[in-house]
Design a protein around this ligand. Structure first.
Ligand code: G4P
Length: 538
């Protein structure tokens, strides 16, 4: 539809720019091949020349500050970034999501800023726990998924078994696009069932594919010459025939509605079916969608620019206390210098130095369109969840804040450094790394995180960036819940439970329960109130 839409829209018009944008993320379990695939997508998208650059750049960046060392030690990717590239007239914005489950909160927010996702699965492992979790977030947000089954150059599970697993575990129809010709030691290439193109490995079996040959369907005798293994060809033909007849064809509408996933078998390391995947994204993935907002959803074609901040990263450059607010454009044509209202605060800001992120560079963005991600440097004025708009009456909704599962009391060593600690906790909380609650009585700081690794990151960053050492100790609380309900009831509750009330960064009241039992008991005794697991960011 979008190619059609794009061809109808006047070149350079807002409609044409929208139709040509694909903003997506890659979701996977650690080690499935997300980094490798990212790198190869950038390579096929012409954004990098040599494979290996993403990693090399990552390593350089990692040496920049102590906390990045955690990433290195544990072999996980903590930061997330944005990479823009173009192919065949389509602009792709790839949002990197941190792969480790400890950082799921950040990942969830990143998924609020994409229109579709690529799910990478290891052919030997199938669907793993983290993939499933992230898939569920995508489903919740109606984000359609294309599946890439990676590492077919290694021994993997039977392709039909993998297809069945996706179909059963995710309740999706599966539509094969590329199919492997053998796997592991038997691997002889991949076949594009729609285009009838075969990708053939080099003779010595190493490195990237050698040739891309168009054939006349799976029965074409040319295939026998190309593959040169009669027994394997027989097996491939029967599999490909079954795959084409028994499984669904790609139905773009069913895909966009979240009922079907196109499936690519490939090898990111050896370049198999990475170009095919990009073609699929260009052809089927949805362009920027209507954004949930109040008082009404925001349509990307609206004249007025509306955008929202889904991530804030502080201290990207350790020499400057800068913060970058990652901001997704939802509607309109953004121009540098434009004045946008920070809705809800009554403030407005001229966006003078917005940044586009490429694979290796950043550049000043002169113009941006719906689906694009701008980095807006600021000194702490912009926060996750903020709406920026030419309008004053719109608020983008749907960015959740999660109740932390781990609560710890902050231990500060040096009483002279309380101010720095307060500043550091405030900053990191605004960045979304952790939630910080200040108890009303006793004035303890309680830090809440979704995963334990975040605590280590906080200690390291506060030491590196604020020059203060902090530690964490057990807290008497087991759960923090936002209190919602009629104002008088909330006030009554707070006054009767003052020893267990804290405030979050926005001064919203939070009930600190000492056990799950106490939480249930309290909820039963106060039926007019709800004790929220999430708080929508405002
Ligand atoms: P992640 O970001 O999802 O955690 O995965 P990453 O890309 O780092 O890949 C994990 C490992 O799997 C890496 O090996 C990578 O080389 C390998 N890999 C990725 N794609 C393929 C593929 O298509 N085929 C094969 N055979 N291997 C693949 P490593 O030994 O852990 O790291 P490295 O030393 O190669 O960097």
């Amino acid at each position: 539809m979008d190619q059609a839409l794009a061809s109808k829209a006047a070149p350079g018009s807002l409609e044409a720019e929208i139709a040509n944008r694909r903003t997506f993320a890659i979701i996977s379990h650690p080690d499935a091949g997300k980094t490798t695939l990212t790198e190869k997508l950038l390579y096929f998208g012409g954004a990098i020349r040599l494979a290996g650059q993403v990693r090399a750049r990552g390593e350089r960046r990692r040496t920049q500050s102590d906390w990045m060392a955690i990433e290195q030690q544990r072999g996980i990717s903590v930061t997330s970034s944005v990479m823009t590239f173009q192919r065949d007239g389509v602009t792709f914005n790839l949002l990197d999501t941190p792969g480790h489950e400890d950082f799921s909160e950040d990942t969830y927010r990143t998924l609020t800023a994409v229109d579709s996702a690529v799910m990478v699965i290891d052919a030997a492992k199938g669907i793993e726990s983290q993939t499933l979790k992230l898939f569920e977030v995508c489903r919740l947000r109606d984000v359609p998924i294309i599946t890439y089954i990676n590492k077919v150059d290694r021994e993997g599970r039977d392709p039909f078994e993998l297809m069945d697993e996706i179909s059963e575990k995710l309740a999706l129809d599966v539509a094969p696009v590329t199919w492997p010709i053998g796997m592991g030691t038997q691997f002889k290439g991949c076949y594009n069932l729609r285009d009838n193109v075969v990708l053939k490995p080099k003779k010595d079996g190493a490195g990237a594919f050698d040739a891309e040959e168009r054939v006349n369907g799976i029965m074409d005798p040319k295939l026998d010459d190309l593959v040169g293994d009669p027994a394997l060809m027989e097996q491939f033909r029967s599999e490909a025939d079954l795959a084409s007849t028994a499984l669904s064809p790609v139905d773009p509408v069913a895909y966009r509605e979240g009922h079907l996933t196109p499936v690519y078998f490939g090898s990111a390391l050896r370049d198999f079916c990475v170009g095919d995947l990009l073609d699929g994204l260009g052809a089927w993935a949805p362009p920027p969608r209507v954004q949930p907002a109040e008082p009404a959803p925001v349509d990307p074609t609206e004249d007025k620019v509306t955008a929202f901040v889904f991530k804030v990263q502080a201290n990207m450059d350790p020499n400057h206390r800068d913060r970058i607010a990652f901001t997704r454009i939802c509607s309109g044509r953004f121009k540098r210098g434009m004045k946008l209202n920070q809705v809800g605060t009554g403030k407005s800001m001229a966006v003078q130095a917005p940044i586009f992120f490429f694979a290796q560079d950043r550049d000043i963005a002169e113009e941006a369109f719906p689906g694009d991600i701008l980095g807006i440097p600021n000194h702490g004025t912009l926060r996750v969840g903020d709406t920026l708009s030419e309008r004053t009456d719109v608020k983008v909704t749907g960015l959740p804040r999660f109740a932390p599962e781990i609560l710890r009391r902050v231990r500060t060593g040096d009483p002279m450094k309380v101010k720095q600690v307060r500043r550091a906790l405030h900053d990191l909380s605004e960045e979304g790394l952790a939630q910080v609650f200040k108890t009303r009585l006793g004035a303890d700081w309680i830090v809440g995180v979704v995963g334990a690794l975040q605590l280590d990151v906080m200690i390291d960053r506060i030491k590196a960036e604020y020059k203060v050492e902090i530690g964490f100790e057990g807290s008497p609380y087991a759960a923090a819940r936002w209190i919602h309900g009629p104002r008088d009831k909330v006030e009554e509750f707070i006054s009767k439970n003052s020893s267990q009330i804290a405030e979050d960064n926005d001064e919203s009241p939070v009930y600190m329960a000492k056990s799950a039992w106490e939480l249930n008991y309290t909820a039963e005794r106060w039926p007019d109130l709800t004790f929220g697991v999430t708080k929508e960011l405002v």
